[in-house]
Ligand binder design. Structure first.
Ligand code: MG
Length: 415
């Protein structure tokens, strides 16, 4: 049995603001996009504002109709980041597996030989108490045996609360909840489920797997697992994931890159190397970035967010090549680089998209893994796309092992 906590800071931005401004602590407060602008929107609000019906995402003028006394303050993200880091430091004392989810949420895996729900609850209560006492803000924590239920638990009762969802009680606690409360069930999926007569998580759990798979493909399996508490996704190690914010390689080639073909050759080698490093660390990337240095030393970077995170060499190469070709001018290139950022553990379920081709992605992933193991045994040059042979000297470098030229810091612009 795994024991996983999900901790969620209540009204995070507003709570931090109230901490620093005692004079507004007992008033309805909202942190908003632009307080002077009639069109600014509410980012978060405190409990008092919530009681007036103020909602996240609505316009300030709408909020004021319900709550004329509303105090709006502009966001101070550096301050929120500092608090976020302090919460993670506390979490880090209880587990080396702390996976942040945004600034104000995190999963902790506290599994261990002698762990049980009673002890897990005691740890959750201790963390809740410490954050309140040491940082002056409140959290709600869900304790469960998988990430999805832990997250539901932290939403179940707030603020300043702990909810335990065990393998014995989940049917009573989780199943009556609306299906869209499940993480990753977005509006499109909700609509489809509702059309099938599935309104609660219990409805979903009891829907035959075949039916779900026929409608959602592979994601049908995931939905079934989420609803039945058999979600297996692991909590990422905080140490490795805090350090690895991006994976990048770049190279200065022996001659300037002039043609599309030249760029493709080098882009393939670089994509292959960054994608292998990504797979080695069991990560996927949301963002593909490129850096371009022209032979007049003019340099710039471009990036693109993908519709689903990937660890597939071909997909990374295609996106990178596209970015190179769309952004390069007439000037020959001296050096190019590829970086991957917004990394997540590769088994993290992502918002389901009906547009992605899961089957083909799986096939490509398996192909990549097969090539990885060949390269491990026979060296980096044993399998190469045919395009590499056009100029072996251009492709004949192995950025993965020979030289990681630019450390993570090089790409910090992306972060
Ligand atoms: Mg929160």
């Amino acid at each position: 049995m795994r024991y996983i906590l999900h901790s969620d800071c209540n009204s995070f931005y507003a709570s931090v603001e109230c901490l620093y401004r005692p004079e507004i602590r007992n008033k309805p407060v909202a942190v908003s996009g632009n307080a002077d602008d009639r069109h600014g929107i509410i980012l978060t609000k405190n409990q008092i504002a919530k009681n007036f019906g103020v909602k996240t995402g609505e316009a300030i003028w709408q909020a004021r109709q319900k709550c004329p006394e509303l105090v709006t303050v502009p966001p101070n993200f550096p301050l929120y980041k500092r608090f976020s880091k302090m919460t993670r430091e506390i979490y880090g004392e209880y587990s080396e597996k702390v996976e942040p989810f945004g600034l104000d949420e995190a999963w902790l895996d506290i599994s261990g030989r002698d762990m049980n729900f009673q002890k897990a609850k005691a740890i959750a209560e201790e963390i809740r108490g410490r954050i309140k006492y040491e940082l002056g803000i409140t959290v709600s924590i869900g304790v469960s045996f998988n990430k999805i239920f832990a997250k539901l638990g932290s939403d179940y009762k707030k603020p300043d609360a702990v909810t335990v969802i065990t393998d014995k009680n989940y049917k009573y606690i989780v199943w009556p909840l609306p299906v869209e409360n499940l993480l990753f069930v977005g509006p499109a999926t909700k609509k489809k489920l509702n059309n099938m007569g599935i309104y609660t998580i219990g409805n979903l759990a009891n829907c035959p797997l075949d039916t779900l798979v026929s409608v959602f493909g592979k994601n049908g399996n995931l939905l079934n697992q989420f609803a039945n508490g058999s979600d297996k996704a692991s909590v990422a190690f905080s140490i490795s994931h805090q350090d690895v914010k991006s994976i990048g390689n770049s190279t200065t080639t022996y001659r300037d890159l002039k043609t599309v073909e030249d760029i493709k050759i080098v882009a393939f080698v670089l994509s292959d190397s960054v994608a292998r490093r990504l797979r080695e660390q069991n990560l996927k990337a949301w963002v593909v970035g490129v850096s371009i240095r022209e032979n007049n030393l003019n340099s710039f970077t471009r990036q693109r967010k993908l519709s689903i995170p990937t660890d597939i060499t071909e997909e990374i190469a295609e996106n990178a090549i596209d970015l190179f070709l769309k952004n390069k001018g007439e000037t020959p290139l001296r050096s190019i680089g590829i970086s991957l950022s917004e990394l997540i553990p590769s088994d993290t379920p992502v918002q389901m998209s009906f547009f992605c081709n899961a089957k083909n992605n799986n096939r490509l992933h398996n192909l990549d893994c097969a090539v990885d193991s060949l390269k491990k045994r026979f060296g980096s040059y044993c399998v190469q796309p045919a395009v590499m042979l056009n100029d072996p000297r251009l492709s004949g470098f192995n950025p993965k092992d020979d030289h990681t030229i630019h450390p993570v810091g090089y790409f910090t612009k992306y972060i």
